[in-house]
Design a protein around this ligand. Structure first.
Ligand code: CAA
Length: 246
């Protein structure tokens, strides 16, 4: 039977590569998009040439607890239990801490960290009941090492790692693994939006002297989702060209 994966922020740079990879691996992917962004999501779906057997677009505001619980309960009634959840949706609001507004702090914490509660809780119970599930959270090298101008983002991304380790203990007894993929600087619109001189200086500090390709992040996700990843839980897999070695 075709396995079901749900990816938040699926049409973003890394999300899109993960969607394509899991489709290649035979999954049906529920690709979530932010409320009101249907036209953009549909354009992405058409450009990628997905079929409705491969990908279903699904509106979800990952910051809204009540709506996530309701929408994801409906989703499971329609499609059954999700086998693989990839919490990928994320934003940046970079600025030095001195200049950071409360809105810039809360937007990033809500979208990148509180979303893990909102999206994972409604799906985790059914995974446990089924005795099988994979949860893969997309953090960042900057959650591990910190980054000038990203106190909000680094806090959220580090929080995702603590969340994953704690939930890994709860999932282990019922066949659900919980892991993190921590990408380095990746060739996506989010990174390409950075000031060129700042980005060049960062790439210069990467031992491999290049950005990651989104497919390289997707491969790590596919590995953790596959049978080969069955005995790995509570782990953080860095894909960062040697930028930060723990
Ligand atoms: N360490 C120490 N000091 C630094 C610094 C650093 N890394 N970066 C900047 N500074 C200093 C500057 O030298 C400057 O000092 P002076 O005032 O003495 O000249 C001061 O801080 C201000 O620097 P900027 O001119 O850069 O300030 P700005 O306000 O124009 O920009 C910023 C601030 C937007 C945060 C900018 O520094 C920046 O873009 N930083 C990089 C943030 C980053 O890496 N974002 C990643 C986005 S992609 C992503 O997040 C994906 C992922 O997971 C990897």
């Amino acid at each position: 039977m075709q396995k079901l994966a749900l990816i938040t922020g699926a049409k973003g740079g890394i999300g899109s590569a993960i969607t394509e990879r899991l489709v290649e691996d035979g999954y049906k992917v529920i690709a979530t998009y932010y409320t009101g962004n249907y036209d953009c999501a549909k354009q992405w779906f058409d450009e990628k040439g997905f079929t409705s057997n491969q990908v279903a677009l699904f509106e979800l505001d990952v910051t809204d607890t009540t709506s996530c619980h309701e929408r994801l309960a409906q989703l499971q009634e329609t499609y059954g239990t999700v086998d693989v959840l990839v919490n990928n949706a994320g934003i940046t609001r970079d600025t030095s801490f001195k200049k950071m507004t409360a809105a810039q702090w809360h937007d990033v914490i809500n979208t990148n960290l509180n979303s893990l509660f909102n999206v994972t809780q409604p799906l985790f119970a059914s995974m446990c009941e089924k005795g099988n599930g994979r949860i893969i959270n997309i953090s960042s090298v900057n959650g591990l090492k910190g980054q000038f101008g990203q106190t909000n983002y680094s806090a959220a991304k580090a929080g995702m790692i603590g969340f994953s380790k704690a939930l890994a203990y709860e999932g282990a007894r019922c066949g659900v693994t919980v892991n993190v993929v921590a990408p380095g600087y990746t060739g996506t619109p989010m990174v390409q939006a950075m000031r060129q001189d700042v980005l060049d200086a960062i790439v210069d500090t990467v031992p491999m002297k290049r950005l990651a390709r989104p497919e390289e992040i997707a491969q790590a996700v596919a590995f953790l989702a596959s049978d080969a990843g069955a005995y790995i839980t509570g782990e953080t897999l860095s894909v960062n060209g040697g930028l930060y070695m723990q």
